[in-house]
Ligand binder design. Structure first.
Ligand code: NAD
Ligand code: ZN
Length: 249
């Protein structure tokens, strides 16, 4: 296969004829929504110190962590909208083709785009949880101008409900992702370097169980050369739009 058009046709064919299509997304799918990835020269960690998301650091310095967390995840992420990459996946679910999205993202944009079955491997930034009593709050319920935000029941420290460095994967999302990867006959990876453990094992499991792997990324990833069957070189939104045009034709 040579050019992108031929590869789009082959991928659209695989997707349309799949029995159990599963999508696996990383920070790259939200780049066209204006949310940078963590790594690379434009990445968030070129500007911020990742220690604010370290659980020990957060517990010892909640106010210092929260100032940065608010700026990145609420002032900035809060304004982002889904792009054709997210909308393509929600449409594929609506068509009955896509069975679930497994995402490493915490930006909630798959749900905003209309996806119903989303396994959030790293949690979600739109919920805060009390570190003392466990009560959960949605963002509009909390005054983020008060730093650090506190539980209205017990005055405990609130923490975003996504995993910090040093925390384990939420068990329900982990098990659901594993089960989906085992069942998938076609598996589409969008915008992930494959460097983050243990999320990066999920596509490996799909491959071991016989899934055909489609990948969308403007740059080759850790998956491209040993896992990917069809590599669609481009941005998530652009490539999804081309794929959907073929699938819905
Ligand atoms: P990453 O930051 O390691 O890599 C991003 C990948 O996206 C790269 O391979 C890059 O080539 C690709 N990419 C860049 N622009 C793209 C585009 N327009 N379309 C498609 N792909 C594009 O991302 P990762 O592997 O997901 O790991 C980073 C971790 O950080 C994740 O686990 C996630 O939890 C977290 N994170 C989340 C968000 C978010 O919620 N949007 C943002 C940054 C980081
Ligand atoms: Zn509480």
């Amino acid at each position: 296969m040579k050019n992108i058009q031929e590869k789009i046709i082959a991928a659209a064919d695989l997707i349309s004829n799949s029995n159990y299509l599963v999508a696996f997304t990383g920070a790259g799918i939200s780049v066209e929504s204006g949310i940078p990835s963590f790594r690379g020269t434009e990445g968030l960690w070129s500007k911020y110190n990742p220690e604010v998301l370290d659980l020990n650091f957060f517990n010892k310095n909640p106010k210092e962590s929260w100032v940065v967390i608010k700026e990145i995840f609420y002032d900035f992420f809060g304004k982002a909208n889904p792009n054709p990459g997210h909308f393509g996946l929600s449409r594929l679910e609506e068509l009955g083709i896509l069975k679930c999205v497994i995402t490493q993202n915490i930006d909630n944009l798959h749900q905003v785009a209309g996806s119903k079955v989303v396994h959030e491997f790293h949690g979600n930034s739109q919920v805060l949880v009390c570190t003392d009593c466990g009560k959960r709050y949605t963002i509009p319920e909390v005054d983020l101008e008060q730093q650090p935000p506190e539980c209205m029941e017990c005055s405990g420290l609130l923490k975003p409900d996504f995993i910090f460095f040093g925390e384990s994967i939420p068990m329900d999302a982990y098990q659901a992702s594993l089960a989906a990867a085992e069942k998938a006959d076609v598996f589409i990876i969008i915008g992930s370097t494959g460097e983050v453990m243990p999320a990066n094992q999920i596509p490996e499991i799909a491959k071991q169980n016989g899934a055909k792997i489609i990948e969308i990324n403007p740059s080759p990833s850790n998956y491209t050369h040993h896992l990917t069957d069809i590599f669609l070189d481009g941005k998530a939104g652009d490539v999804m739009a081309l794929l959907m045009e073929k699938i819905e034709k």
